[in-house]
Design a protein around this ligand. Structure first.
Ligand SMILES: *[C@@H]1O[C@H](CO)[C@@H](O)[C@H](O)[C@H]1NC(C)=O
Ligand SMILES: *[C@@H]1O[C@H](CO)[C@@H](O)[C@H](O)[C@H]1NC(C)=O
Ligand SMILES: *[C@@H]1O[C@H](CO)[C@@H](O)[C@H](O)[C@H]1NC(C)=O
Ligand SMILES: *[C@@H]1O[C@H](CO)[C@@H](O)[C@H](O)[C@H]1NC(C)=O
Length: 446
């Protein structure tokens, strides 16, 4: 906005009054134009009249699909996103999907007590530098993912773009995507993974009948996961579809992961087309609204008790500090080290699939907070990931956020540990992250 102040004195300014009036007029005009363009929109559609689907599903009012949308505070942005014409985008995505060659990455087949093998640090590290497509990458599925055969078959039939979400432990409501183009449901598969607790609620509201073997609610195909045999922690189970999406949908070429607290309001074809294909990247993900350093996120995770095991967080961060995690700096080819991972758009290729496997392995050993190992894995892995980390304002305009279901007695993410200090480096020693922290503070105090 500094531009208005930089006008040099024009000839017009022979009369002071006229001059001020003209200046005033121009600045008001400038501000009006500025605000009407930038504060209302970060996304632009080539045609606002793209054919839009009718209402996908009507919920009984008792279910309250749309309760508690969270207001967004930001609305202006530096790099708005322009969406292509729906039919052009659809045609291009269809073409890209039709000459699909499966990713050359090979996966380790084994059986183990734990789904991901609970691999040692040394073992996990040995897969970061990938220079031989014959190497078998450990990538979960060391035991069966408990879904029905018919669901598995329909997942394998998804050949183009898949949109995936999960609701475990009845944590959220099923929300229908809005703004879908009229042909989108013919080309895009929507899969929602749920457990028994979530199914019970849907049954209770008469949204599904327990007798039927296959469930569909609006756009979403519902897949029941018998999660008792997986992880104890529901969030960890949610990590399986979120990060092993390329294994659950081995024939999908593109995917969009969306947390169930979000409702998609832009067509997934347009999203993949403008945020991934046109940007020529492997993956697109939103930036965190405030943090740029992993350690800021780790400290917030401890302080706001987003994960109960503070000592475990400390061990994790120290392992990363000791093995080369650096605070964010302008030499990194990415604008931040911290994503908001509620929406992830992927092209399923060697780099993205490898990244997803490596990240999953970290989460399985430490905790399901996926922002913590994000930069460590991204910066250490080879081949390098081509990432579009788009602005949070764009994120907020392509997806609307709602509150989670409230639970009686408060949602607990794990056993209560009395002794856990809520501050990551609360006892005065910075430990193995001393160098990281000094660099980070040095930078932010400049
Ligand atoms: C994973 O391995 C660590 C030791 O390497 C052990 O302490 C932990 O209990 C194991 N976790 C699981 C779920 O097996
Ligand atoms: C890593 O662990 C897996 C599973 O135990 C094992 O099959 C593999 O050989 C190990 N890899 C390395 C490099 O140690
Ligand atoms: C692995 O396969 C991909 C896709 O076929 C190819 O682009 C890449 O060069 C291969 N990488 C290595 C290290 O052979
Ligand atoms: C602080 O924590 C570190 C690492 O966990 C530990 O080694 C150290 O003994 C602790 N210091 C105090 C004063 O408790």
């Amino acid at each position: 906005m500094g531009k208005a102040a930089k006008f040099s004195t024009p000839l017009l300014c022979h009369s002071k009054l006229l001059c001020f009036s003209v200046l005033y007029l121009f600045s008001s005009l400038f501000l009006a134009v500025y605000f009407s363009f930038s504060t209302t929109k970060c996304i632009f559609r080539s045609s606002p009249y793209d054919p839009i689907q009718e209402l996908l599903f009507s919920y009984p009012s008792s279910y309250g699909e749309h309760k508690y949308a969270l207001p967004t505070t930001r609305s202006s942005c530096n790099s708005p996103v322009y969406f292509s014409d729906y039919w052009v985008a659809l045609e291009e995505i269809r073409k890209l999907c039709s000459n699909f060659t499966p990713s050359a990455l090979k996966y380790l087949q084994r059986t183990d007590e734990s789904f991901g093998g609970n691999l040692s640090f040394y073992n996990r590290s040995s897969y970061f530098d990938h220079h031989d497509n014959e190497t078998q990458i450990p990538c979960g599925f060391f035991k069966r993912f408990p879904i029905s055969n018919s669901d598995q078959i329909s997942m394998e039939k998804c050949h183009g773009l898949v949109v995936v979400s999960t609701i475990f432990n009845d944590h959220d409501k099923i929300r229908q995507p809005r703004g879908l183009g009229s042909k989108t449901l013919d080309y895009v598969c929507f899969f929602m993974f749920v457990d028994d607790a979530t199914l019970n609620r849907l049954h209770f509201h008469n949204i599904i009948s327990k007798k039927s073997k296959e469930f569909k609610i609006g756009a979403w195909k519902i897949v029941k996961v018998s999660s008792e045999s997986l992880y104890e922690n529901a969030a960890m189970n949610g990590i399986i579809p979120k990060y092993l999406i390329h294994r659950l949908f081995p024939n999908a070429k593109y995917s969009i992961w969306i947390d169930a607290k979000l409702q998609l309001v832009v067509d997934p074809v347009l999203l993949i087309h403008s945020l991934v294909v046109r940007e020529n990247v492997d993956m697109a993900i939103s930036r965190h609204p405030y943090f740029v350093h992993t350690m800021e996120e780790a400290m917030a995770t401890a302080r706001w008790k987003k994960w109960w095991d503070v000592n475990g967080l400390k061990i994790q961060m120290e392992a990363y500090c000791e093995n080369g995690l650096e605070p964010w700096n302008s030499e990194k080819p990415y604008p931040t080290d911290v994503p908001d991972s509620a929406l992830i758009l992927r092209k399923h290729n060697v780099a993205t699939n490898l990244f997803s496997c490596l990240l999953f392995n970290e989460l399985e050993v430490f905790n399901p907070r996926d922002q913590l190992p994000f930069a460590y894995v991204r910066d250490k892995m080879n081949p390098k990931l081509n990432l579009n980390m788009f602005e949070v304002e764009v994120f907020e305009q392509v997806a609307v956020e709602y509150r989670h279901n409230l639970k009686k007695g408060g949602a607990s993410v794990g056993p209560k540990l009395k002794k856990a200090s809520s501050d990551l480096f609360g006892n005065g020693t910075l430990g193995k992250c001393k160098e990281y922290l000094l660099k980070m503070w040095g930078e932010s105090h400049d």
